[in-house]
Design a protein around this ligand. Structure first.
Ligand code: NAD
Length: 296
């Protein structure tokens, strides 16, 4: 029976560590500042933003939310972002997605200064990650949080085979780069990967990371005995149940360690967003960080 990788407990450790770091920064008169922009009144986005607000306040981050009407013009939104880029009190800027269709999400991401790009979506930061550059730069928080989970569980990566299922810019692609930087061999699977290839790669994988939005896509029979399984998926079934992309019961019987849904990757994403905010604040004030992304 697989060990459960408890994302809630590890996220709690991250937040404790962050609260300590924020205290240290405050002795130098530095208060990390996170600004979230939300456009329109999508109920799910409102909940995400409120959760971020609450979590930021708890660790001592100065948080502001800018709420804009659904029909805000692209020019106004870009002007607001450019002002925040110039504002010394703001270390991190996040524009909550999805945006209404008339707004060009790519242009918005490119307008956020790479130094304040807390989501790691600016192409400059994506390029730095791909190139595995040595300096600090922000990286997408969900895959960065997955790396923290793997490190907290001392999962060996060097020389291991990691299979990532799903290739979004939010999850799969940055995950591939992070694992490769940790010296794993990485295979990236997606909807056009032939079934036999998918089966053969999964069966050999030491680490399996799934982020597709398809409930039950990976089952126990797909896995090698003892594999570490990280389920990024969050899916609401018609009966209201929240499940991941991995069939938990069958996978748990085969895997060595596995994240549950809920309580696995989900809690790490917000904790890691706060971590990135504190790291950006430290960067802006030229304060050395212990390690590029390792917090615990
Ligand atoms: P997305 O729709 O942008 O990407 C899905 C990816 O899955 C695509 O690359 C697609 O090619 C791939 N895919 C689709 N069908 C497939 C198949 N049959 N086999 C293999 N790959 C297939 O979604 P996303 O934003 O990357 O999110 C993926 C999942 O992760 C969703 O359930 C989302 O809710 C969840 N998510 C969770 C967190 C978190 O904090 N836990 C954060 C982000 C996303």
């Amino acid at each position: 029976m697989a060990e459960i990788i408890d994302g809630k407990a590890i996220a709690q450790l991250v937040r404790q560590k962050l609260a300590e770091q924020v205290e240290v920064l405050k002795t130098k008169s530095i208060v990390p500042g996170l600004t979230v922009i939300i456009v329109g009144d999508d109920p799910a986005s409102q909940i995400y933003v409120r959760n971020k607000e609450r979590a930021a306040q708890k660790v001592g981050i100065a948080h502001q939310t800018i709420r804009l009407a659904a029909d805000v013009t692209e020019a106004s939104l870009l002007t607001i972002i450019k002002k925040l880029n110039q504002d010394d009190q703001v270390d991190a800027i996040l524009v909550q997605s999805p945006l209404p269709n008339h707004l060009n999400e790519q242009l918005v991401q490119e307008t956020i200064s790479p130094e304040k790009d807390v989501d790691g979506f600016n192409p400059i930061n994506i390029g730095k990650l791909y190139a595995n550059r040595h300096e600090y730069y922000p990286v997408a928080n969900t895959p960065k949080g997955v790396m923290t989970l793997l490190m907290a569980h001392h999962v060996p990566l060097r020389g291991k085979l990691a299979v990532v299922v799903g290739r979004s810019i939010l999850v799969g692609k940055p995950m591939l780069s992070l694992l490769e930087a940790a010296n794993a061999s990485v295979a990236l699977l997606h909807r056009y990967t032939p079934d036999d290839l998918r089966r053969s790669l999964l069966k050999q994988a030491d680490i399996v990371i799934v982020g597709t939005g398809i409930p039950g896509l990976v089952v126990g029979d797909d896995l090698k005995s003892g594999a570490t399984v990280i389920d990024v998926g969050i899916n609401r079934l018609s009966d209201g149940q929240l499940v991941g992309d991995v069939d938990f019961a069958s996978a748990q019987a085969v895997a060595g360690a596995i994240t549950p849904v809920p309580g696995g990757v989900g809690p790490m994403t917000i904790a890691t967003l706060l971590q990135t905010t504190v790291e950006l604040a430290a960067q802006h004030h030229q304060i050395e960080l212990a390690d590029k992304w390792q917090i615990i």
